[in-house]
Each structure stands twice: as structure tokens, then as C-alpha cells.
Design a protein around this ligand. Sequence first.
Ligand code: ATP
Length: 304
Amino acid sequence: MEYVLQTENLTKVFGKKPAVRQVKLNVKKGDIYGFIGKNGAGKTTLIRMAAGLASPSEGTIHLFESNDLDEQRKKVGTMIENPAVYPHLTAKQNLTNYCYLLGLDPKEHVEPMLQFVGLTDTGKKKAKNFSLGMKQRLAIGIALLNNPEFLMLDEPINGLDPTGIKEIREMILKLNKEKSITILISSHILGELSKIATRYGVINDGCMIDEFTKEELEERCTQALEIKVDDLKRSEEIIRKLGITDYKVLDENKLRMQTNIERAGEINTELAKSGVMVMSSTVVGMDLEDYFMNLMELKNNQIK
Ligand code: ATP
């Protein structure tokens, strides 16, 4: 089994307004899937549909490559928007209650979960008096009680201070690495997601703009020198002579060199000396934040 969540043509319309439009999304087993979009882009609505909390207007959902969603959802943990924490109960009482709801023995599950989410020393303190980070950790603990293979976390770092963000980030990495849990995490904070995500889906105005891996993102965002030449074969010989092996042939007269921006002048001179005509020489690539903003703006312009 390769895919944990797949949607095809998934659409949700509220009244006349589509919140999610024909979305195709693919979360692979083992992924930390960063689901990125601005406020109101449709992230929560999509997660709610995957979790069975909202019904699609159109389209299909597969979990663990099956359309028997009720059965498959037993293997899914979710934390969506306002966490399911009872404010008047302590962390221990919250977890105990959820154990009963799930038919689990609290004696077996509560203490280890309190430990895992770092809330063992909260004693009689009620959840309403917790910091936002503590509440989020408790909510993740609740979502983990049924021992899920796939965890969907909607904006778990929204509103947290840097320490809170770091704690959640480390918890997500631990769940993914040590417990092999596939995780979908939605956020509008790109910089944070990029520290942990292995695959990305970018949603804007209900439409999935693009899906790509961490490696693809790195490649797109790393600065590189792109040259357009009239003789590709000869150009390859020359740049290899210059000791440059980290290059890619893009088409019949375009090359991209990943690590040699600072050598642009030297490369162009050597090519010219050997009779190669350099039609263009450009530095490509941008930083992460710019890349995402560009993706979204491009799409906005298409919609307008
Ligand atoms: P946020 O981070 O702000 O929650 P989001 O990406 O999760 O953003 P959604 O909450 O899915 O976005 O909202 C997508 C759109 O659907 C928004 O325009 C929102 O106002 C609308 N919407 C969401 N839920 C409902 C609802 N129950 N009834 C009507 N409109 C809704």
C-alpha cells in the first residue's frame, strides 16, 4: 500500500460558493505532508471531508487505497480547528474520558500518553488554564489514543510562540520517525512547515495549485545558472573541462548548473572562446517564501 489519502475531483460547495474545487491530493505512506494555503483557502474543509465530518458535494476520497471509509477511518487520528479538549477537566481526566469513549483501558493508555505529550506534571490544572501549546499537545494526545496510522492536524502551530512551535514540530517528527505515522499538517506558516514536510500540497481559493516533494521544492528554490547556447554538446565538453559536473540538460539548447552562479562570467567567456554562442545566461531560483507567494499569485491571476 503506497497511498494513505487520495482525493479525486473533491469539491465542497457551501450555498453557491465552492470552498474546495475539484481537488486531487495524494498523501503517501510515510509522508509528513505540508498542506499549505492562506486563511480561507479550503484546508479545513478538505480535512473535514477526509475525516468524515463533512460530506463532499462531488468527487471521491480513498483512505489506505480503499473506499470503505468508515472502516479505514478507524486508523486515522484528527485534530481539527478547535481542539476536542474539555476545558473543565485536567489533562488526565480528558484522556481518561476519551479512553472510555474509544473503549480503551485508561490504566494502560493515560500515563504513557501524558508522558508522550509532555503533560505529566500538570496535576489538577484544568485544561482551560493551559497555554495554547499545552492545549494543542493535549489535543494531539487525544488524537493519538486510537493508535492511528495516519494523523491529520489542522493548523496545530497557529498562534503558538516559538517554544510551542518547536515542541509540536519535534513531536511530529518523533511520531513520523519512531512510530511510522503518516502525518498531514495544514498551515499558512511556510517557514515552519518547510522544516519538517517531506511532501507539499498548495491550495489557493479552493484549488490545488501544485503538489511536490521536499526535493523538488529544494531544486526549485535553489539558485542556479541557466544558459541557453547554440551548441549543447560542445558546451557540455567545456563546462566539464572547467570541472563542473553538477549540471542538468533542460532541452536541446539549455543547461542548468546548480552550484556555480559565481562562475557565470568565467563560464560565458570560455564558451565564447570556443565558438559557442551564449544566447542567454540567467540566475534562476528564489527563496521559499517568494516561491509560494509566486505560486499563489500566478493562480490568482489565472482566476481573475
Ligand atoms: P482557515 O485557516 O482560515 O481555517 P482554511 O484554508 O482552513 O482557512 P476553510 O475553513 O476550509 O479554509 O474555508 C474555506 C472557505 O469556505 C471560506 O471561504 C469559508 O468562509 C467557507 N466555509 C467554511 N466552512 C463553511 C460553512 N460551514 N458554511 C459556509 N461557508 C463555509
